[in-house]
Design a protein around this ligand. Sequence first.
Ligand code: GUN
Length: 296
Amino acid sequence: MNTPLIIDGKAVAAAVLEECRVEAAALTEKGITPGLAVVVVGDDPASKVYVGSKARTCADLGFHSVKIELPTETTQEELLEVVRKLNADPAVHGILVQSPPPKHINEEEIIRAIDPRKDVDGFHPENVAKLALEDPTGFVPCTPAGCMKLLEVSGIDTNGAEAVVIGRSMIVGKPMALLLVSKNSNATVTIAHSRSKDLPGICRRADILIAAVGRPDMVKADWVKPGAVVIDVGINRVEDSSKKSGYRLTGDVAYDEVAPKCAAITPVPGGVGPMTIAMLMKNTLQAARQISNSKL
Ligand code: GUN
């Protein structure tokens, strides 16, 4: 038993947001108010909460904030038209379409329709390529960028470390692996997923374990090497009749049994979650700077 470092994502996010507030004021002073548009289609309650929170944070930092809520029946063409309008709007530097959209929407086509210079999610193929190329003019997806920031400010040395990422999504797993293996980080990276043989055995090799699968409490104590650093990206709603809302949030890691084995761990909530929005604000500032560069 030991006492792990509990990585305080709320505090780190607050510090990043304060930097963003200062930079937003400086840009606004030069006549460029950073602007972010968030679009959500349908009425998934979690998506609505996330999008509301993104728009509110924007407004709070003095950004121009646009929130577009569209009904579930919105067609592909209607959504493409919304994206095209935002591409053409000079007050909007960043565009985010909340994932996942309803099933009838072809998300891939929507992502490709976003101007890559405004793709603050970093999902457009041009930005995916820039991440692989380690080109800093690209946008890094917000959640993995937030995980890297947490490792950095917690003083965790990734150089030469064995990192295991569970999950291969384009939103978290794949970009996370690219960031960890990049020349800024120099980890040795394994991407594991639902079809991996002996997932517990692979995870036990990890000095740094990143769980991004969306399965409540999947990572157990015997999956974790003593002294490992565990970053829990999962935000799962599980039924809990003792809560007013009827649910509670839990991560992909069985926190209570895993934490005592770790050198450091992120809690859920209050770990990676708050970082996603903070990094989104940073990306929007990057977009505003890059798009307005010739005017500065
Ligand atoms: N759904 C869950 N995370 C994200 C994210 O970072 N961006 C978007 N657009 N949708 C998400």
